[in-house]
Design a protein. Structure first.
Length: 608
């Protein structure tokens, strides 16, 4: 072996391809290290900041090049599927090669050909059933894992505070903040630490608790290992951190499952496992070896640099199909050493997780044969009251009389798809529903799959909570939706001639002079209550609703207003410099918002 090859192996090492010294994917500036990663099948996109990653995500959902996974922007793209003529020609040439190979040997699988981009945010479930068949393998039974049979619901919100064990010093309980959410998992950052030490926990982990748990059990909150300030400043830091913060309510914490008492795994069984070097990823894996209470997790299609040993009851390993059930993206096998991995396919959106083979399911969870004599349950129906107001997004006249389905979850998907079909602001609706709270589900629109969140609904009586959430997010009348065909009169929409408001005292008029004027006609009724309220009393969602009604294009910045907690008082103090410097807005949107603030301030203030 030549010295050049030896030196190349030393530099490269085992595992994935070496990291390239590249610029930020979004802003194209060379800022090293690039800490933020967006994984795709063709590799990964790297970013210099959370802002660049967030902007890329928004653009990526709208459309990505099927050749290189870059977002499609600008007027130089030759079509809606490619970012450049170069990518279009390259992809078409690859298709021609595949066609020629298939014509020569149509029965031979095309190895080494990527099945297409795996989108981190808009994904389809991995076809485990086909993969198990192709690799002649079996899945590890559910009773091997310390996981609940049904993945837990995640009702946490970004920014919530909680108590967590320091993963580097498990004898210390610290204050942590929810940084991001992925399925039933939380990315946490210990207050007083930095983003280099973020870690992930399941919502039913025994290592997280509501604020106050440590004190109730006779303990004391400790600064995290490597606290960035002087230790003597910890009490004051703790006071400032918790003052006015949003505490995660105790009801959303869930009890950790008991798990198996012994190691039940067998060598060769398939599972899903967290990549310890990239802990935001859950990947296709195999039990490579067993030693006492330890199992060796090997990642399919990748060399051994990412493999690791863990206890059989680790919370970082999951049964086959867990990601699909929980809404968590799963990384498919790599294409280095596993020939079968290159031929897997994705199921269409909305396909239920593949049924577990009977031979691999423990006897106690097998279900008896269905009794065909039992009649099918009656369908659940949602009626649309088309005389109600649809707000700035929904064209109520285009809605059908009703929709129905026997399964509540499928009915909700139909409901969201129906709303998207009668609006000219589908992307804005998807953005608003995607940042809500509740159970995450996937819906398709215009050929792409999106994740939206709605309150959990297991039966028809739970739909009222969904209707309330939709009315709040879309600024429409809640009575637009109903499960009762005999619709009662709508108190909000059926009042034809409301009595004129009473004349206020001068000091009251001064207090409410910040009420918006010149609202678009489509916003007048949904915002009736809002416009009668002094701006200084508005909540954060009120501010967002006002902005979207006045200019729907500004709705894409809703998350920024939530992140920075811009309520009515803060809204009236905004100026362009503040929004551009601290909120990351560009000049155009900042000026538009300044104009809205100026309108709210009324005639007393003609400029900011």
């Amino acid at each position: 072996m030549s010295s050049n090859i030896i030196s190349s192996l030393k530099v490269r090492g085992p595992g994935r391809p070496p990291k390239k010294n590249t610029a930020c994917t979004w802003c194209n500036e060379t800022k090293l290290p690039l800490k933020y990663v967006f994984p795709t099948t063709n590799g990964k996109k790297e970013f210099c900041s959370e802002t660049c990653l967030a902007e890329f995500r928004k653009a990526y959902i709208k459309g990505a090049c099927i050749q290189c996974d870059n977002v499609i922007r600008g007027n130089n793209s030759p079509s809606k599927e490619y970012c450049s003529t170069y990518c279009m020609n390259k992809h078409q040439k690859k298709n021609e090669v595949q066609t020629r190979v298939a014509a020569i040997a149509p029965s031979t699988p095309l190895e080494g050909i990527s099945p297409g981009p795996f989108q981190y945010e808009t994904y389809n479930p991995f076809d485990w059933e086909e993969y198990l068949h192709e690799s002649n393998a079996i899945q590890a039974p559910n009773n091997c894992f310390k996981q609940t049979p049904t993945p837990p619901l995640n009702d946490f919100k970004v920014g919530m505070k909680l108590e967590a064990l320091d993963p580097r010093n498990v004898t210390s309980t610290c204050i942590a903040t929810v940084i991001s959410i992925l399925g039933p998992r939380l990315r946490l950052r210990l207050d007083g630490s930095d983003n280099k030490n973020d870690f992930w926990r399941l919502v039913d982990s025994s290592e997280i608790h509501p604020i106050g748990h440590c004190e109730k059990n006779g303990g004391m909150l400790q600064p995290p290992l490597g606290f960035r300030m002087n230790a003597s400043s910890w009490p004051m830091f703790l006071l400032k951190t918790l003052n006015g913060a949003e505490m995660a309510p105790s009801k959303i914490f869930q009890k950790e499952p008991a798990g198996p008492k012994t190691n039940l795994f067998q060598i060769g069984q398939k599972l899903e496992a967290v990549d310890k070097k990239n802990p935001q990823l859950i990947c296709c894996a195999t039990v490579g070896a067993i030693k006492n209470d330890q199992i060796h997790v090997t990642f399919d299609g990748w060399r051994g640099a990412f493999d690791y040993w863990c206890k059989y009851d680790s919370r970082d390993i999951f049964p086959v199909g867990w990601c699909a059930k929980s809404g968590h993206p799963m990384q498919p096998p790599g294409q280095k050493n596993n020939a079968g991995a290159s031929r897997f396919r994705f199921r269409p959106a909305f396909t239920a997780p593949p049924p577990l083979p009977v031979s691999t399911v423990s006897p106690e969870v097998q279900s008896p044969e269905a009794d065909t004599s039992v009649p099918s349950p009656p369908p659940i129906v949602i009626y649309f009251r088309r005389s109600c107001l649809g707000g700035p997004f929904i064209d109520v006249k285009s809605l059908p009389v009703s929709i129905e389905d026997v399964i509540v979850s499928d009915l909700l998907k139909k409901l969201v798809k129906q709303l998207l079909a009668v609006t000219h602001k589908a992307e804005l609706i998807l953005s608003r529903l995607g940042t809500g709270s509740g159970e995450e589900m996937a819906v398709t629109h215009a050929g792409s799959t999106y994740n939206v969140k709605l309150p959990t609904a297991l039966k028809s009586t739970d739909l009222d909570n969904v209707f309330r959430a939709l009315a709040t997010s879309l600024a429409c009348c809640q009575n637009l939706f109903a499960t009762d065909q005999t619709l009662k009169a709508c108190q909000s929409c059926d009042i034809k001639s409301p009595s004129p408001p009473k004349r206020k005292a001068p000091e009251q008029e001064a207090a409410t002079s910040t009420t918006p004027a010149e609202l678009p006609s489509s916003c007048e009724s949904p915002m009736t209550t809002l416009t009668k309220t002094p701006t200084i009393e508005w909540e954060i969602e009120d501010v967002i609703q006002f902005i979207e009604c006045m200019d729907p294009c500004l709705g894409v910045h809703a998350d920024l207003f939530r992140k920075h907690e811009i309520d009515g008082k803060a809204f009236l103090l905004l100026n362009s410099d503040m929004m551009m410097k601290y909120m990351g807005l560009k000049l155009g949107p900042a000026l538009k918002i300044c104009n809205l603030v100026s309108k709210l301030k009324g005639r007393r203030h003609n400029s900011l």
